[in-house]
Design a binder for this molecule. Structure first.
Ligand SMILES: Cc1cc2nc3c(=O)[nH]c(=O)nc-3n(C[C@H](O)[C@H](O)[C@H](O)COP(=O)(O)OP(=O)(O)OC[C@H]3O[C@@H](n4cnc5c(N)ncnc54)[C@H](O)[C@@H]3O)c2cc1C
Length: 386
């Protein structure tokens, strides 16, 4: 093992946290030094952001506490520049950090830049702070007021149902260009639609928002829909850090990686989670925690093996479920093929609620166990690195 090898993990979200904790366990007593960099000391449970938006309080998990006993050094600050030739990172308020191996785990954030006015007039689930501001705004709206959720993907569905359940006096409208749940099988989708109806959510589908005004969204067909608060959940963007540094990225800024999740331009950089452009034989991985944790697990194992001079096999992953909460009292879980297309099996109601809660809580449980064990998060190896 390479003594005093410096590994820096950028981003302590789901993937970065797991990479750091697992690598620490796999390289314990070896002299490898691991540093984890993140702007906030609070670990953000993105899977639960819609709960904050609806006014619920979440547990405050502090990153230094999660790292306790691992030997990983935590540096609080945002990485503002990356020099891959000098292998150096500039961290806001914390100077520079040098690395031998870098794990790029900067995740993604809500994209409000594609539609005029979205940046100024909508709220997002980008951080506990912004979600909390939205929750506060909801408490200021009189009964009968309107909340619009833009985006009928899984995040929009979870947000709309959560808000409608906790604020039954407000009218919630979900605007979507596609039919919500279109990636699910017919039975799971039917359950989803029943839940939307039960919660009194107005569905506007086949609609594209072209502009957001102070108190209304404008649709492509010219309609204006008034709101008292608007939540934007349509799509995500990634940090420009890698592209700005000359690291090979795709046209959205995701780091292009080889079959072992190493940058195709800078192999000492490993990219994981939402920030990595990963291709399997069945297609491209889209950003989820479900795929992010396996990429982190694989990368920690790969770095440990490379430091021991061992060979590594290509990353293999397949999806196996789409877990969707429908408020606190209902949920729908669609089980899937590796390429995320539905199989016949799905869960609804109480069983689905319990399942979804296990999914949302599992990353923190995984970090705790990974201090002592090699816990696996790879359920399906249905894909082969292309
Ligand atoms: C409401 C909601 C519900 C979701 N539900 C599910 C679900 O049920 N199942 C599922 O699989 N996925 C779900 N997702 C998607 C999932 O949350 C993401 O795919 C996952 O968070 C990606 O993990 P990550 O580690 O790549 O990035 P993140 O978790 O976003 O972590 C990135 C980290 O990098 C940090 N960072 C950013 N910029 C910098 C910088 N310059 N310097 C240092 N650090 C930086 C961030 O602060 C953050 O801590 C959901 C998302 C949302 C919003």
């Amino acid at each position: 093992m390479n003594d005093h090898h410096r590994v820096v993990v950028l981003g302590a979200g789901y993937s970065g946290m797991f990479s750091a904790v697992r690598l620490a366990h796999r390289t314990r007593r070896s002299g490898v030094r691991i540093t984890l960099v993140n702007p906030s000391s609070r670990f953000v449970e993105r899977l639960r952001m819609h709960q904050i938006a609806a006014g619920q309080e979440l547990a405050d998990h502090q990153i230094p506490d999660l790292l306790d006993g691992t030997g990983v050094t935590f540096v609080q600050g945002a990485a503002t520049a990356l020099d891959p030739e000098a292998r150096r990172i500039t961290v806001d308020g914390a100077g520079t950090l040098e690395y031998d191996t870098l794990v790029y785990a900067l995740g993604s954030s809500p994209d409000t830049g594609q539609v005029p006015g979205a940046d100024t007039h909508t709220f997002t689930l980008g951080s506990p702070k912004t979600a909390g501001r939205f929750a506060e705004r909801l408490t200021e709206i009189d009964a009968g007021g309107t909340v619009i959720v833009c985006g009928g993907g899984l995040t929009g569905i979870e947000a709309a149902t959560e808000i409608a359940e906790s604020h039954p006096d407000l009218n919630v409208t979900l605007i979507s260009s596609d039919e919500p749940g279109r990636m699910m099988g017919a039975k799971a989708r039917a359950h989803l639609f029943r839940a939307l109806e039960r919660l009194g959510i107005t569905l506007v589908t086949g609609a594209r928002v072209t502009k957001v005004l102070r108190a209304a969204v404008e649709l492509a067909d010219g309609r204006l829909l008034h709101f008292d608060a608007c939540l934007w959940t349509t799509g995500v963007k990634v940090s420009p850090l890698a592209a700005d540094a000359g690291i090979a990225t795709d046209d959205r800024g995701l780091v292009l990686v080889d079959a072992t999740l190493r940058s195709v331009s800078h192999p000492e950089i490993h990219a994981v989670g939402d920030a990595a452009a990963i291709r399997m034989a069945w297609g491209r991985i889209h950003g989820t925690c479900q795929s992010g944790l396996p990429t982190a697990q694989y990368t920690a194992d790969t770095i440990a093996r490379l430091l021991r001079g061992r060979a590594v096999k290509p990353f293999r992953f397949g999806y196996f479920h789409q877990p969707v909460s429908l408020g606190r009292r209902d949920a729908v879980i669609q089980f899937t093929h590796a390429d995320d297309t539905p199989v016949r099996l799905h869960l609804t109601g109480r069983a689905a609620v319990v399942y979804k809660e296990l999914v949302s809580g599992s990353p923190l449980q995984t970090y705790r166990l990974s201090k002592h064990l090699n816990v696996t998060t790879i359920v399906s190896r249905g894909g082969r690195g292309a």
